[in-house]
Design a protein around this ligand. Structure first.
Ligand code: RTP
Ligand code: MG
Length: 141
């Protein structure tokens, strides 16, 4: 499996819990490098555009409302099989179903406030990284 990049967001609930460092440690211990990062308080338009694939879903309004409820930490992760590796570290979307030891099992409260986002495929990773970072903001090494 080749080196990949994926887009990760530490959501407002986990930022509010002061868990950025613990979550970064999990990425780094798993061999994922943080090659770009920024803290942002998303506008409604930015959050709606990010989750545009879910626009018609009944939970879309709540999802956007939650994502703009406080600052988020946005990062590009790089490493072997980074997309699947990050999804494994995150655990299931619903923290009640997340494996023990995953980020969502340890930090998430509910399916709505579920601590982290991670790209789910190469095409979405490419789109999502470009949605937040210009090429010169990414520092591979
Ligand atoms: P994410 O995009 O945030 O990484 O999460 P995911 O891939 O695990 O889940 P996805 O299906 O893409 O859904 C995006 C976010 O919408 C909320 N959601 N709520 N109430 C529900 O049935 C429901 N389903 C999804 C979750 O907060 C999920 O992270
Ligand atoms: Mg998703």
């Amino acid at each position: 499996m080749a080196t990949q990049r994926t887009l990760s967001i530490i959501k407002p609930d986990a930022v509010a819990k002061n868990a950025i460092g613990e979550i970064y440690t999990r990425f780094e211990k798993a061999g994922l490098k943080i090659v770009a990062a920024k803290m942002m308080h998303l506008s409604r338009e930015k959050a709606e555009g990010f989750y545009a694939e879910h626009k018609e879903r009944p939970f879309f309004g709540d999802l956007v409302g939650f994502m703009i409820s406080g600052p988020v930490m946005v990062q590009t992760l790089e490493g072997e099989d980074a997309i699947a590796k990050n999804r494994d570290l995150m655990g299931a979307t619903n923290p009640k179903e997340a494996e023990p030891g995953t980020i969502r099992a340890d930090f998430a409260e509910s399916i709505d406030a579920n601590a982290v986002h991670g790209s789910d495929a190469p095409a979405s990773a490419e789109r999502e990284i470009a949605y937040f970072f210009t090429n010169d903001e990414i520092c591979p090494r």
